[in-house]
Design a protein around this ligand. Structure first.
Ligand SMILES: Cc1cc2nc3c(=O)[nH]c(=O)nc-3n(C[C@H](O)[C@H](O)[C@H](O)COP(=O)(O)OP(=O)(O)OC[C@H]3O[C@@H](n4cnc5c(N)ncnc54)[C@H](O)[C@@H]3O)c2cc1C
Ligand code: FES
Length: 287
């Protein structure tokens, strides 16, 4: 019988420093068959471990079309993630998964896509961003709004320059605390709203955006972004949010990630606002 808790060894092929506390690890499973057959959807996560240290859920940041490797962007937040930041190219870490549900891609063909991220919230969205860029012609306009505390804390700086060149795509960046070289926007991510071409008045009615929003970031950011999206005419069911919860098993067995009658590890981590707002304590669910 297959033991779902047994993780698979993966070798670190390369490490990209994103900021002072965040790195992107490119991993290749030691089992060549698994390396080639490993399939996942954007928004899913894996359980990552180091033997004798611990295990934690981490979103897959590569695209399902990236074959033969998996990328994870990890912020050194605690015991395990700080230890992972000590590993070197060629070292081994352990992975099980993929787990959880995913962001819609096929289902939103023809629509405008709005990605709104704060801080370490961009890595989970990068998987779906890369997936839609793989088939750019299938979607309307793409807007990516991304905020971080400082310019140094923005992830994927070089890749964002490439995204900005893609047809009918706009990437807007903002930081709370600029440095001397920063010439862009200053303030929280919702300050970028006026640049979104949303909420076009049509007589007395507002034209509803033909759009879908993907949101990931700290709880306080999520709260204000949802308010903005709703006042801009987005429907509850067109707002997708990915939630973080303390997890142990990742497979719906231990109950650690429970909210209301659901487990974030199997019913999420991606929820529509339509779904989230029905939780008895919706504010608590987003923290
Ligand atoms: C679905 C999902 C996807 C995720 N994706 C990502 C991802 O892509 N990248 C990523 O970096 N993270 C991601 N996370 C978050 C990550 O799983 C957590 O940060 C995880 O707890 C890190 O494990 P750790 O052992 O390093 O931290 P822990 O030791 O568990 O610490 C976690 C938090 O507790 C705080 N803490 C630790 N010790 C103490 C203490 N003694 N006193 C006070 N506070 C303390 C830390 O500051 C930290 O904020 C995701 C979480 C979920 C649920
Ligand atoms: S982490 Fe165990 S039930 Fe979700």
């Amino acid at each position: 019988m297959k033991n779902e808790y047994i993780p698979h060894p993966a070798v670190i092929e390369s490490i990209q420093t994103e900021s002072f506390d965040t790195r992107t690890f490119k991993l290749v499973f030691e089992d060549k068959t698994l390396a080639e057959s490993f399939n996942y959807k954007p928004g899913q996560f894996v359980q990552v471990s180091l033997l004798g240290v611990g295990e934690a859920p981490i979103s897959i940041t590569s695209s399902p079309s990236d074959r033969g490797f998996v990328e994870l962007t990890i912020r050194a937040a605690g015991k395990l993630t700080r230890a992972i930041h000590q590993v070197k190219q060629g070292d081994r870490i352990y992975i099980r998964g993929p787990y959880g549900n995913s962001f819609p891609v096929d289902e939103v063909a023809g629509k405008d896509l709005y990605f709104i991220a704060g801080g370490i919230g961009l890595p989970p969205l990068r998987s779906v961003i890369k997936s839609v860029f793989d088939r750019r012609g299938d979607f309307g306009k793409i807007k990516i709004l991304y905020g971080a505390k400082t310019p140094n804390e923005l992830c994927f700086k070089e890749e964002i320059k490439v995204w900005k060149q893609i047809d009918n795509t706009e990437v807007l960046l903002t930081v709370d605390e600029p440095d001397d070289r920063w010439q862009g926007n200053i303030g929280v991510v919702t300050k970028l709203w006026d640049k979104m071409d949303l909420a076009v008045p049509n007589g007395t009615d507002m034209v509803l955006p033909n759009g879908v929003a993907y949101v990931c970031g700290p709880p306080i950011m999520i709260k204000f972004v949802i308010e903005k999206l709703l006042t801009s005419g987005f429907k509850d069911e067109d707002i997708y949010i990915t939630l973080e919860r303390y997890m142990k098993c990742g497979i719906g067995k231990c109950g650690h990630c429970n909210i209301a009658d659901m487990f974030v590890c199997i019913d999420g981590p991606v929820f529509t606002y339509d779904h989230l707002k029905k939780f008895p304590d919706k504010e608590g669910a987003m923290t």
